[in-house]
Design a protein around this ligand. Structure first.
Ligand code: FES
Ligand code: FES
Length: 156
């Protein structure tokens, strides 16, 4: 098997695997990072979203070969229980989830947005999250949480 090297949450990582494997399979399997969720498996729901470079991508549809030598950030790299990211604090403050299945992917889409646009409007947030589905209907609280996090990050 070819060896593919990339950086995952800032750590250089070598993976021996079929280069056509999906990034999500590698994350949840070999790397044991189960924060990125399998929803549709077809690029439609965003539950598996991770950040590659500055943009959120669906890990279920991203082949391993395509991230060679790139920076990949997963929800495990966003924050921790001890040191949560502003987005994670804001999601708790706004109670912006119900079952939580969609949330790791939504956090990554939102984090990518805030990297590119630190001061988004509500319309910007809705556009950035357009490809993230939430079957629990938490959308309004999710948008409020992203705007709250942006304001907190601007104030820092
Ligand atoms: S599981 Fe990847 S987009 Fe749905
Ligand atoms: S909180 Fe349940 S799918 Fe979004």
């Amino acid at each position: 098997m070819p060896n593919i090297r990339f950086r995952i949450n800032g750590v250089d990582t070598d993976i021996d695997a079929d280069p056509d494997s999906s990034l999500l399979t590698i994350l949840r399997g070999q790397l044991g990072m189960t924060g990125s969720h399998f929803g549709c498996g077809a690029g439609e729901c965003g539950a598996c979203n991770v950040i590659v470079g500055d943009h959120a991508v669906t890990a279920c549809e991203t082949p391993l070969w395509s991230v060679a030598n790139k920076d990949v950030t997963t929800v495990e790299g966003l924050g921790s229980a001890q040191k949560p990211h502003s987005l994670q604090r804001a999601f708790i403050a706004e109670q912006a989830l119900q079952c939580g299945y969609c949330v790791s992917g939504i956090l990554m889409s939102a984090a990518a947005l805030l990297k590119r646009n630190p001061n988004p409007t509500g319309a910007d947030v809705k556009a950035a999250l357009d490809r993230n589905l939430c079957r629990c209907g938490s959308h309004n609280r999710i948008v409020r949480a992203v705007l709250r996090a942006a304001a907190e990050m601007q104030a820092q």
